[in-house]
Ligand binder design. Sequence first.
Ligand SMILES: [Zn+2]
Ligand SMILES: [Zn+2]
Length: 446
Amino acid sequence: MGQGLSCAATQEHGLFSAVQSGDLDTVKAMLERDPSLTHQTTSYDRQSALHIAAANGRIEILSMLLERSVDPDVVNRHKQTPLMLAAMHGKIGCLKKLIEAGANILKFDSLNGRTCLHYAAYYGHSDCLQAVLSAAQSSPVAVSWGYARFVNIRDGRGAAPLHLAARQRRPECVRILLDNGALVCASTGGFGCPGSTPLHLAARGGSIDCIRELLAWGADRLQRDSSGRIPYLVALKHKHGACAALLNPSSAEPLVWPSPLKFISELNQEAKTLLEHALMEANREREKNILKGTSYSLPSPSHSDIGADDNISEASDAELCCICFEQVCTIEVQDCGHQMCAQCTLALCCHNKPNPTTACLNPPVCPFCRSTIVRLVVAKVKDCDDADQDIGDIGSPKMRKARKSRNFSSEGSSSFKGLSAMSPFGKMGGRGSGRIAADNEWIDKP
Ligand SMILES: [Zn+2]
Ligand SMILES: [Zn+2]
């Protein structure tokens, strides 16, 4: 068979392995000799040199090919573009370069009908996900499709990127997608039909971090999939006990962002980060309480507790919150200028179960003067001799001290308790005890 290997095939092989290994000089020399090689593809998968460069993060070769006006949207056997492969393998440099060169972010492959956004979400490359989303905001896609529609784009089986990120245990991607308008309760079944929600898929994947993000954005623990199951039953079936405990409709409701698409999106970024952090921390405390009675414990926490045993008296030189007298003021209400801590702000703004049809969209009022809250900003720290002025850095020692220790979710000591709306238990008991249907799970393979 050896003699059957033609000269062209040898050359082809040489080109592709040179691209794969990033041997720019060899690739250049080969293309000088035979420019038509840029259009060569591998024999079975029909990968072009551009695909191989993108998948392997060979940005110099990729750039050189694009300069030779190779079509950035060339497709392989599965109609995958180089952009999809860059998103799949997390090659952010190549991904950005392709987008710069005009690659189309709205192409669908023929395997599952997925876009590059699906690939980034599925494989958990949050930097690539963010880059594609940024591109979508400025590209013609935004005009022709609308940004929100692109963020919620469906693959051939009805899955939006958020479904894939939740299923594959990618909390960072889940958060970015939610932040960009992904619909938290979207069902894979499409309009009006039952299907899996991102919460069902997070329950199946068994990621507490994803479940926490989804719940904080108002995911519904009682929504049923096409087999009539609530997420709780899906978690039980797949033996994710800790997830099941949190998804149990009779366990305490988490704090939820208020009408997230409206109120919070108007926050400035620093205040938002601060509040997000406080909300996630409050929900972690809640999780600890829920799991205390079970044999499960939270997996190694994704946030650091280091510094939590600092002396609390150190916090007292800063302005204490006049509502709880426990935390340092970190949030300022504008225009009135009153200050309170992040936890009390959350208690004011958040509620447990937003009903999208009846949710009150009126922004809350200042608890001190009852004037409308126009804006929430990060409060200025007053003691100027503290070198650590970066209040926006929630990891800073000062902030840790401030956030120290209060069991926000279970403690009722705050005079503000009424506003915190933390009902100890959800309204229903065993409504989730329905049948466990045959295992025709929605997604089993990439
Ligand atoms: Zn407070
Ligand atoms: Zn006020």
